[in-house]
Design a protein around this ligand. Structure first.
Ligand SMILES: [Zn+2]
Length: 301
């Protein structure tokens, strides 16, 4: 069993919308109604880009096929959960293609592997390197898209980075909800999957997925729409945050954001995660108390 190393980096967790003078502080989550993946409803396109590098296993046709099957399985499961909650949701899986086939894009990480790059010193310099890697891949992926014939865009669309790629994909697929996923072939090694910039106001969020478990795809996909990690990550160093994560895992023993490496059929989406992805308008204060602490009151959206 691989260690649970998928995690999310959220630099800004919450936006505070009132001052400290009230007994409880109202908070809104930065991830809901924000950035590219705003709220998990309606038509969503997962745009998967297969990437090769020296340290990862080369993507074979078989690997690509089974990975797409697994991604589809995760998305089918999510559509089913949405249906149970009467949330309209249609997830389309699309891949970056060249000449009608999937040809992986080659791009090296600055420190050879994803995890070595992420943990590079000084802190956060590795994240900047990963953003550069994602932008370079996005430029190549953009070259494989159909020519832009839009008359609305006055300036020439050069697809210079992942923002340009998202703009093109939104125009092609006629939806705002584009979930950008980079897939690297680490199925036989111990490597991380991660989601970056899910709470950013100005950078396109994206996931890099190392494995082909349907549950891992689903976990990272939910991050893109604002879901939080509910297991103890390497970034939970404070005793209080570790305690809260333990409480969350006890409260939600089958939660997809806590147990990402289990069989997807055995997993569920907790009320907490439903609130973060915009499936419920409010969060029961008892869950807020347990996970956020008693001083914070999540707003009603
Ligand atoms: Zn995670």
């Amino acid at each position: 069993m691989k260690s649970l190393v998928a995690f999310l980096i959220i630099l800004v967790f919450i936006l505070l919308d009132s001052c400290m003078t009230t007994k409880r502080m109202n908070v809104m989550f930065a991830s809901v109604n924000n950035n590219v993946c705003r709220r998990l409803t309606g038509k969503v396109v997962v745009y998967a880009i297969f990437v090769d590098s020296k340290e990862t296993k080369p993507w074979t046709d078989y690997d690509i096929k089974t990975t797409i099957d697994s991604l589809r399985k995760g998305m089918d499961w999510l559509e089913l959960q949405a249906e149970k909650d009467s949330i309209p949701l249609e997830i389309q899986v699309e891949c970056n293609r060249k000449n009608n086939g999937i040809v992986p894009i080659y791009q090296e990480f600055s420190k050879n592997t994803l995890s070595a790059t992420l943990y590079k010193k000084p802190l956060f310099s590795g994240v900047r390197d990963i953003h550069k890697w994602a932008d370079k891949v996005a430029i190549e992926a953009g070259k494989n898209l159909p020519k832009d014939t839009s008359r609305v865009i006055k300036s020439k669309n050069k697809l210079s980075d992942r923002e340009r790629l998202i703009a093109r994909l939104r125009s092609i697929h006629r939806t705002d909800n584009i979930a950008l996923m980079y897939l690297i072939n680490n199925y036989h090694t111990d490597e991380i999957s991660l989601t970056l910039d899910a709470s950013s106001n100005h950078n396109v969020e994206y996931s890099i997925v190392s494995y082909k478990y349907p549950s891992v795809f689903t976990h990272e996909f939910l991050h893109l729409f604002g879901a939080w990690d509910l297991y103890i990550t390497p970034f939970d160093s404070k005793r209080k945050s570790i305690k809260r994560k333990k409480v969350a895992m006890d409260l939600f023993p089958n939660e997809v954001m806590a147990f990402a490496y289990r069989n997807i059929e055995s997993l569920e989406i907790s009320p907490f995660t439903k609130y973060t992805i915009g499936w419920s308008k409010e969060l029961d204060q008892k869950y807020a108390n347990a996970i956020l602490g008693k001083r914070l009151r999540p707003v009603r959206y």
